[in-house]
Design a protein around this ligand. Structure first.
Ligand SMILES: [Zn+2]
Ligand SMILES: [Zn+2]
Length: 168
């Protein structure tokens, strides 16, 4: 199994192998080490995020989106060309094959577990039934939490009271 994460300290993307024995995950860019919570990784995969320790995770197809888009684009261009050449049978043949390849890819691709809070990706674990599909409500909750934290951090940084010269 491996985890792909954004370092909480330097915000660079890193990846690291992960199994039940892993106790900490270092960032190769800045050296910051994330301690893995003891109950986070089990035989079934992750039960909570090892980066931000969040408990809310969802399952998503680990689909290479660029590849999916590329297949659709190539299929569309080829079918347009066939249409232009009045090859009706070929036009629909190409569209059908394009769709079939996308469906096949989707079925072949494995699942990834994703953390709602920090977006860490977990790959290469055994199929785990304990996580649910993406839920917009939970996502929105975390988005608002992050926005609030950012607002707090910003107002803390430029707090006008902090910049006043000391009163005599
Ligand atoms: Zn870092
Ligand atoms: Zn997380």
């Amino acid at each position: 199994m491996e985890v792909i994460f954004r370092c909480p300290s330097c915000e660079k993307t890193g990846r690291s192998p992960l199994d039940e024995e892993t106790t900490d995950i270092p960032c190769v860019s800045c050296g910051q080490v994330c301690q893995v919570p003891e109950d986070a990784v089990g035989e079934q995969g992750v039960t909570r995020c090892v980066i931000c320790r969040g408990h809310d995770l969802f399952v998503r197809k680990d689909f290479p989106q660029r590849l999916g888009v590329a297949i659709v684009v190539v299929g569309s261009i080829a079918s347009c060309y066939a249409w232009y050449r009045h090859q009706l049978f070929l036009t629909f043949g190409i569209l059908f094959i394009t769709a079939a390849i996308d469906v096949l890819l989707y079925l072949l691709v494995r699942d990834a577990i994703v953390c709602y809070r920090c977006g860490a990706h977990y790959r290469g674990f055994d199929d785990d039934e304990s996580h649910t599909e993406f839920n917009l409500e939970v996502h929105e909750r975390y988005r608002q939490e992050a926005a609030r934290q950012e607002a707090n951090a910003n107002s803390g940084g430029v707090d006008p009271d902090q910049n006043l010269s000391p009163r005599i």
